[in-house]
Design a protein around this ligand. Structure first.
Ligand code: G6P
Length: 622
């Protein structure tokens, strides 16, 4: 969480920093700040609480802050509440709490991540005469750099290296030293950071969209590495302070994919991109009429050696694992486990060494998923990453990488990345099934032609979205929503419920329909909205029975099912239909009306759809 940007070059830094931050606001949005230097003058720091527009107003869109070297930050509070004092940048001196002004400090910096041992370090620094104005862990890190810088009279790289050895936790850190004008120093461990270089200019950002319209040529700075950045150049260093070589990589995303393109919200734009990106993801894994995972690196030999699959992920990515488990168990007849990364990493799970661990992550930077990946590797398991962001930490550390081709996803609530992840797991399931002899080539070909239909079917659902908009307006003030389903329908209910609660702030729960009567049904009262997800033909009547039980207790019933099941109108008060599809893959269609419902209810309630309160897109803290 938190987004960082930096710039050194020929232009004025502040407007570039603000523009970059506006693309990263999805990472955190409770306060923002910049520090800019004009040649060898002291840095000027400006901060504002609330959304970025407050900082833009305060700096006259950056025009009021002069200088061509600077750093910026948008915050998602961890240590210390959202306030001007706790907002970044932080400084080595005694005050950066003011709204704006020139800072006398020798070191000024911004940070994304968490310094876990900051209390212990703070005590050490207090003994050495440092005073603290904020409650943040970042202020401690900046002061520690200052301490080593002065104590050992070393250059910036050595001072940062000594700090890196002392701190525990995660960081993407940007620092400017008063003695080194027109230079920015950065360090990274477990928090994302990329460095873009173009003719005479250098950019730093937490994520690609922040610099996409400036350059597509980036360096990926690795874990425990540092860099010295000057206009148009980057030098990299390891923890010993020795210089290391890096290759410039070209990013494939195009600029438009990170813009709203006429839609009111990124979420709606991303919902509409699903047919294309799901098709792209399918095509990238489909060659000569069959599944081809050669680019992923998974050989037939590897697959034959796996005893099962263990999905590990967070949030919606975990929901993908939940749906995929049903598909793989049925098509490849392999045992499947689905684990929450935050639990897996600490539970000391007993998993067979030959299980393939599959980490699913849009950002490739989720702290818990990354830690789970490392845990699995340390246990000797092979790890496949299903990741959207190229070059992300999870992609780099996995044994095999399957890239989803969703493009940049900006809305905090995921839609298109989720759909691409589902597609990726279907292709994996088919390949596992064929290689292990559980699925004939003919049956696989049949399934593949079904998968090819998904993008077109999604388009059809999107064409009919107005009915859902009408329904959402009617239920915008509902208090509780329950999503129920069985099998894959249950996995999709989990996602539908998350979409609803995260952007509309309406309490919602997803239940395996058969489980309802073991407690939850006592919550059903007059007017409670119950959404029955009915994609599995063999379980259809069972779930209908559970819906009827809710209706008998006053619930208003919405049914979500395939065209043809018109008899549902005898039971449900409102029905949303989707095209027919094989039950293994129908989740890809069922989820679309649920995304739309969450979206429209959020809009009807006048909420900030793309940036829901308290959330951040990329959760780089545990
Ligand atoms: C956050 C996002 C979710 C996402 C989850 C996991 O909570 O809001 O949309 O599913 O993180 O993120 P990842 O990047 O690992 O997929």
């Amino acid at each position: 969480m938190c987004g960082i940007v930096g710039f050194v070059g020929k232009h004025q830094a502040a407007p570039i920093l603000l523009e970059g931050l506006s693309k990263l606001e999805y990472r955190g949005y409770d306060s923002a700040g910049i520090a800019v230097r004009d040649g060898d003058k002291k840095a000027e720091v400006v901060k504002a609480t609330g959304r970025l527009k407050n900082l833009e107003e305060k700096t006259d869109d950056g025009k009021a802050v002069v200088g061509s070297c600077g750093i910026g930050h948008t915050r998602w509070a961890t240590h210390g509440g959202p306030s001007q004092t706790n907002a970044h940048p932080h400084v080595s001196g005694n005050c950066s709490g003011s709204a704006s002004g020139t800072v006398e400090s020798d070191v000024v910096g911004v940070h994304n991540g968490i310094i876990e041992n900051y209390q212990e370090l703070k005590e050490k620094l207090l003994k050495h005469g440092y005073e603290f104005y904020s409650e943040t862990d970042t202020e401690v890190a900046i002061k520690l750099i200052d301490y080593y810088y002065k104590k050992y009279k070393v250059g910036p790289i050595d001072a940062i290296a000594k700090t890196m050895v002392r701190v525990r936790g995660s960081y993407a850190l940007e620092v400017m030293f008063a003695d080194y004008p027109n230079e920015i120093y950065v360090a990274r461990k477990d928090s994302p950071m990329i460095i873009g270089v173009t003719d005479g200019e250098t950019f730093i950002a937490s994520d690609v969209p922040a610099i996409l319209n400036r350059t597509k040529n980036v360096y990926y700075i690795g874990n425990n590495e540092m860099a010295r950045l000057v206009a148009g150049q980057a030098e990299f260093y390891d923890l010993n302070g020795d210089q290391i070589e890096k290759e410039l990589v070209e990013i494939k995303f195009d600029v438009e994919s990170a813009e709203k393109g006429g839609y009111e919200h990124f979420m709606m734009k991303e919902i509409h991109e699903q047919p294309k990106v799901v098709r792209d993801t399918f095509n990238s894994l489909y060659k000569n009429g069959t599944v081809d995972l050669s680019e992923v690196g998974l050989t037939e030999e590897d697959i034959k050696g796996f005893s099962g699959v263990c999905f590990v992920a967070c949030g919606s990515a975990w929901h993908v694992g939940m749906a995929a488990a049903y598909v793989i168990e049925d098509l490849a007849k392999m045992p499947v486990r689905v684990e929450l990364a935050s639990e897996f990493r600490y539970r000391k799970p007993v998993i067979d060494k030959n299980m393939l661990v599959v980490v699913i992550s849009q950002s490739g930077e989720t702290a818990d998923s990354l830690a789970a990946l490392r845990e699995a590797k340390a246990r000797g398991n092979k790890v496949l990453a299903i990741v959207n962001v190229v070059g992300s930490s999870i992609a780099r550390e996995a044994d095999y990488v399957l890239y989803t081709l969703a493009g940049p996803e900006i809305s905090v609530a995921t839609t298109k990345a989720y759909s691409c992840q589902l597609m990726a797991t279907y292709m994996l399931a088919l390949e596992l099934g064929v290689v292990r002899g559980e699925l004939s080539q003919e049956k696989c070909a049949e399934y593949l032609s079904e998968l090819e239909q998904i993008p077109e079917c999604i388009e059809k659902i999107l064409d009919d979205k107005e009915r859902l908009q009408w329904f959402a307006a009617k239920f915008a003030n509902v208090k509780d929503v329950f999503f129920i389903g069985r099998g894959i329908d249950y996995a999709i209910s989990l996602e539908g419920s998350l979409k609803m609660k995260e952007i509309s702030y309406i309490h919602s729960e997803a239940y395996a329909a058969g489980e309802l009567k073991h407690g939850t049904i006592s919550l059903i009262e007059d007017g409670t909205l119950v959404i029955g997800v009915l994609g599995q033909d063999d379980l259809y009547e069972k779930t209908i029975s559970n819906m009827v039980e809710c209706k008998a207790r006053g619930a208003y019933l919405m049914g979500l099912t395939a065209y043809g099941h018109y008899e549902i109108e005898d039971t449900a008060d409102f029905v949303s239909y989707i095209p027919k599809m094989d039950g293994h893959f129908i989740g890809s269609l069922l989820v679309i009306p649920l995304q739309l419902l969450g979206y429209y209810i959020s809009v009807a309630r006048g909420l900030d759809v793309d940036k829901p309160r308290n959330l951040a897109k990329s959760v780089t803290v545990e």
